[in-house]
Design a protein around this ligand. Structure first.
Ligand code: SF4
Length: 97
């Protein structure tokens, strides 16, 4: 009975929870930065600034543009011609045919 009480108290200890959450967040941000640093050189130069803006997280439109470019192998003409109505992003594209 005491063990169960101790476990319950440990699981709701706010300082422990905050420490765990911060550690997890810091680790995740570091991982994210590392992944993006590795990824950037694989993106064609003319689209890197678009990706940087997408990663900034302020525009869904920019993120969708980057995703569509990636989907088509960075071929902007193919993005404009995309008719894949089954793609979850398709209804949100402003330039869809
Ligand atoms: S809308 Fe078309 S180009 Fe964009 S991700 Fe979907 S299939 Fe690819």
């Amino acid at each position: 009975m005491t063990d169960a009480t101790d476990r319950t108290q440990a699981s709701v200890d706010p300082s422990h929870a905050l420490e765990t959450a911060l550690g997890s967040t810091i680790s995740t941000l570091a991982d994210l930065d590392s992944v993006r640093r590795k990824r950037l050189p694989q993106i064609p130069g003319k689209y890197r600034s678009l990706y940087l803006r997408a990663w900034g997280g302020k525009s869904r439109k920019v993120a969708m543009r980057a995703f569509c470019l990636e989907c088509t192998g960075y071929n902007a003409a193919e993005v404009r011609r995309c008719t894949d109505g089954a793609c979850p992003l398709y209804p949100y594209r402003e330039d869809r045919p």
